[in-house]
Design a protein around this ligand. Structure first.
Ligand SMILES: [Zn+2]
Length: 172
């Protein structure tokens, strides 16, 4: 059944055209150090703006993916299960969600973005933050603010994220 078919099962390589596809969604393999090198190339005072733009872009496209996952039968905790099982197949580390009243937590082990960026004094996993904003909005049914509260690039054992309603009293 389609709800249990994994991303890896859906992924098709059209080698003649040089393209990976998950249904209508095209994918690209890129080295994390090459991707994250974009931000190392930028002057420090422009890096934050670029990181924020990447997060917003991932939120937009990630919402499209999340809607497709929901259409496959993933609602609420089911959607979280699909996203958490898809992430490692994308090479985005091991994801574990925890849905709590009014907030969503995510722990990611082995983030490719932290590994690709290298040591940092600020969190760097903005693609994950962007995807969590898309998923958090669907699961909590309102716009959310996502914060990466610990990052492996800063020496933490795992990367940790919290999504809270953007307009809620607990928003930070
Ligand atoms: Zn991180």
């Amino acid at each position: 059944m389609s709800a249990t078919q994994s991303f890896r099962d859906r992924l098709i390589l059209d080698e003649a055209e040089g393209a990976w596809w998950d249904q209508s969604r095209r994918y690209l393999l890129i080295r994390p150090d090459a991707l994250m090198g974009i931000f190392r190339e930028l002057p420090a005072d422009r890096r934050g703006e670029a990181f924020a733009a990447l997060a917003r872009s991932i939120t937009r496209q990630g919402a499209d993916s999340a809607r497709a996952y929901r259409a496959m039968g993933g609602e609420g905790a089911g959607l979280l299960d699909i996203v958490a099982s898809t992430a490692p197949q994308l090479g985005w580390g091991r994801w574990q969600f925890s849905l709590e009243p009014g907030m969503l937590r995510l722990t990611v082990a082995n983030s490719p973005f932290a590994a690709g960026y290298g040591p940092s004094d600020v969190p760097v996993c903005h693609p994950i933050r962007g995807m969590m904003a898309a998923v958090g909005e669907m699961v909590l049914d309102r716009p959310v603010t996502v914060v990466e509260t610990a990052c492996a690039a800063m020496g933490a054992p795992d990367c940790r994220f919290e999504a809270r309603p953007a307009d809620g009293p607990a928003a930070q």
